[in-house]
Design a protein. Structure first.
Length: 466
């Protein structure tokens, strides 16, 4: 057996159905070849994101029913706060309705215009939140993390050389803190090693600069450390998490990932001044400091989910299911970022469609074709999402990789459904030069990939006739 058995029984099912290819073509065209705009009722397997799309457990549903809806200092918040402190160890726990709200609070109080925030790789909303307050989001990923075909255990590691160069170029005064994203979502869901986190932490402490974790997938990252890093095989997942977070000064968290819920997040800080400023903004934007835009039942479900996510049987199956999808893609000869990450498989669109230059958005073409051919919704992690202007030259800079993320929701899809996804990926790659490139017809000023409209270059449909 090449994967662990499911550590749960299925108690509730939701009916899904496939729509015809003709209907998918109509919907894709009306959506401007942007699958964010396709109705969920017309999706067969939805791998757009693993954020908030998982299935909660029986104990989480029970927690919803027993949640305390008191406006201030509820019993549910006390459980939420104590559970987070037990795992993360930070002094201040500030609830928010999701991760980007936590990012918004942090950057609003800690980043001034012109300041620079280094990260291994910023994800889309993180970068947007930095830039919204006038900051510069700087990626410092190790070069190994930019080679999709390279087999390496910790391709999410930050480059100490690039980090040192950033401090030399901008100066300590312009860097309010350093971020480290675990696992590294934009770079293939690749983990960060404990050794790298320790080195980054020591670097920051020598310069008196805080280290903040983007902790959305912290438990998955801890599992990789346990399985791959020497000296940790016998260490409990919770103890690995505690060791990792002790290296930092706070974290942002989308609970919609590794807290196994459909809504929620939090910001943790040790700095009293930053925490007070964030709390003041929280009251203005989100709600009272002990609910932060969430119902009491949501706080209770987050606390229960954080306890469940540390279960090694759950993590082995969760990451094993993603690895199994990678194995099936391998069997079809479909290229992807190696090794598979914790929450997703990232297709290498540049190698799937080598006839398309980055200016024609090959990753978006693959994303649109996956829906057209098989009703599978994925998300582009390429030029449409991450093309940006160089802060020094003002020129547009494409990302290093053209990827399509197949994000697997937690406890939702079966192996059979993911086998189907792999076969659809192979069919799309086989279309080759029959797939046209895309061009943008409309885009918003920020986070364009969510709502942009595109059309095939040269007119006609996305897929040329055979």
């Amino acid at each position: 057996m090449d994967f662990p058995f499911e550590p749960y029984r299925i108690k509730v099912v939701e009916k899904i159905q496939r729509v015809s290819r003709e209907e998918r073509l109509r919907l894709l065209t009306e959506a401007g070849h942007n699958v964010f705009k396709v109705p969920s009722t017309a999706i067969y397997v939805d791998l757009l994101t693993d954020s908030g799309t998982g299935a909660m457990s029986d104990l989480q549903w029970a927690a919803l029913m027993t949640g305390d809806e008191a406006y201030a200092c509820s019993r549910s918040f006390a459980d939420f706060e104590s559970t987070i402190r037990d795992i993360f160890g930070y002094r201040h726990v500030i609830p928010t309705h999701q991760g980007r709200a936590a990012e918004g609070l942090l950057f609003a109080v800690a980043v001034k215009p012109g300041q620079v925030v280094p990260n291994n790789i910023h994800f889309d909303t993180t970068r947007a939140n930095v830039e919204h307050v006038g900051g510069i989001a700087l990626d410092c990923i190790d070069d190994a993390g930019l080679d999709p075909a390279l087999e390496a255990p910790f391709k999410g590691d930050m480059s100490l050389k690039k980090l040192a160069h950033a401090f030399e170029k901008y100066g300590v005064a312009r860097i309010p803190f350093v971020m480290l994203t675990i696992t590294n979502n934009s770079g293939g869901g690749q983990p960060v090693s404990m050794a790298n986190a320790k080195a980054v932490s020591a670097f920051c402490r020598e310069r008196g600069v805080p280290l903040i974790f983007d902790a959305c997938r912290f438990a998955e990252n801890a599992w990789f450390i346990q399985q791959r890093e020497p000296g940790y095989r016998e260490t409990a997942i919770k103890d690995i998490c505690r060791e990792m977070f002790a290296l930092g000064d706070g974290c942002t968290m989308s609970a919609k990932k590794d807290a196994l819920v459909n809504i929620g997040g939090f910001l943790c800080l040790n700095d009293d001044t930053w925490a007070q400023g964030a709390t003041n903004l929280l009251i203005l934007r989100e709600g009272f400091p002990t609910y932060g835009g969430l119902a009491g039942r949501d706080l209770a479900a987050v606390a229960q989910g954080l306890r469940e996510v540390l279960d090694p049987d759950y993590l082995a199956y969760r990451i094993g299911q993603v690895a199994r999808l990678g194995t099936r893609l391998d069997e079809h000869g479909v290229p992807f970022v190696r090794p598979t990450g914790g929450h997703a498989v990232y297709l290498d669109a540049s190698r799937m469609l080598p006839h398309l230059p980055q200016s024609q958005f090959p990753a978006q073409v693959v994303t649109a074709a996956l829906y057209l051919i098989g009703g599978v919704r994925a998300v582009e992690i390429g030029s449409l999402m991450f093309e940006h202007r160089d802060p020094d030259t003002g020129k547009l800079v494409p990302p290093a990789m053209e990827l399509v993320r197949l994000a697997v929701p937690r406890r939702v899809y079966t192996h059979t459904q993911l086998d189907y996804v792999a076969s659809v990926c192979a069919e799309v790659m086989a279309l080759g030069e029959r797939l046209r490139g895309l061009e943008i017809t409309w885009e918003p000023p920020t986070l364009r990939h969510f709502t942009a409209k595109l059309r095939p270059i040269g007119g006609g449909p996305l897929l040329r006739e055979a």
